[in-house]
Design a protein around this ligand. Structure first.
Ligand code: GUN
Length: 298
């Protein structure tokens, strides 16, 4: 069994970005600028956004964190996004999800300029992804593809089972793995809360992606010997023995599944850091595309 070390793989990506940044600086070009919007004070969202801002600093991007109170009106949030859409100094806009119930996430996502939608959530970008056209691929599935690439995981002709059909992870993951090229060319099954015989389907997976958000859900009897197991889950479990008051748990019963797997991601230190690295790549791309179009216009 080999651990798919997301910390290591993401560092390699961030190091490569740092080199690209040095080239950008030598051409006297503006550095990429990511703006993250955080509404309310959900503890997990705070942590994720802080990691994104820290990663920007590390690779040399500019970042701005806009905090808004939980009770902010949808109108005010859309107004802020509109200003960012028009601001030539901003390359990427990210609104951390989930949003409070009184705000429609769809309306917010649809309001982001697709060229600045580094999350790849806007319908234009999702459509482009489905059609296999160049776009921003959502950071978590993109990070998983980058991790597979880093470890040269074979995907062609493999049966990939994705558990979970969220717009952020499961659905895009299933589309990307079924696409042509590498990593892809898989035969994909997507499972969800209404799937019958879920355990039997999982146990036939060559590549098993667990993205349902239920700690320890994937048990060893659900995993084929020699499978590649990717754990996207990252749930906070109360733990009074920890300083933070919680520990993180993945969707996979790691201790019992790992001995059966050929490759497996740990939680933390697997998919999480890859998501951040993928977001950095998307932000760099947004900035590079802007330079390209600005040059063409001048
Ligand atoms: N919440 C959980 N994952 C994500 C993500 O990738 N992007 C945003 N914006 N919010 C999230």
């Amino acid at each position: 069994m080999q651990i798919l070390n997301g910390k290591e793989a993401s560092q390699a990506i961030r190091d490569a970005l740092k080199l690209e940044m040095a080239q950008l600086a030598s051409r006297g070009e503006r550095v990429p600028h990511l703006v993250a919007i955080l509404v309310g004070n959900n503890g997990a969202s705070e942590t994720y956004v802080a990691s994104k801002v820290k990663a920007c600093e590390e690779v040399g991007f500019k970042s701005t964190l806009i905090r808004m109170e939980e009770a902010i009106s949808s109108f005010k949030l859309l107004d802020v996004i509109n200003d960012l859409n028009l601001d030539p100094d901003v390359d990427g806009i990210l609104v951390q999800l989930p949003l409070p119930n009184h705000i429609s996430a769809d309306e917010v996502i649809n309001s982001i300029e697709p060229e600045k939608d580094v999350d790849g959530f806007h319908p234009n970008n999702v459509g482009r992804m489905v059609l296999g056209q160049p776009t921003f691929i959502p950071a978590t599935p993109y990070g998983i593809l980058l991790l597979m690439e880093h470890y040269k995981i074979e995907t062609k002709g493999k049966h990939a089972v994705v558990v979970g059909r969220s717009n952020i992870v499961g659905r895009p993951m299933s589309i990307l793995l079924s696409g042509s090229g590498y990593p892809g060319n898989c035969t994909v099954t997507i499972c969800h809360s209404n799937t019958q015989n879920l355990e039997a389907i999982c146990s036939e997976a060559d590549i098993l992606i667990a993205a349902l958000g239920r700690p320890g859900f994937i048990k060893s009897h659900m995993v084929k010997k020699g499978a590649v197991v990717i754990d996207v889950g990252i749930t906070r479990i109360e733990d009074k023995n920890r300083k933070s008051g919680y520990r993180l748990s993945g969707d996979v019963d790691f201790e019992n599944v790992a001995p059966k797997a050929a490759f497996i991601t740990p939680v933390p230190g697997g998919v999480g850091p890859m998501t951040i690295a993928a977001l950095m790549k998307n932000t760099f791309k947004a900035c590079a595309m802007k330079h390209y179009y600005d040059e063409k216009e001048n």
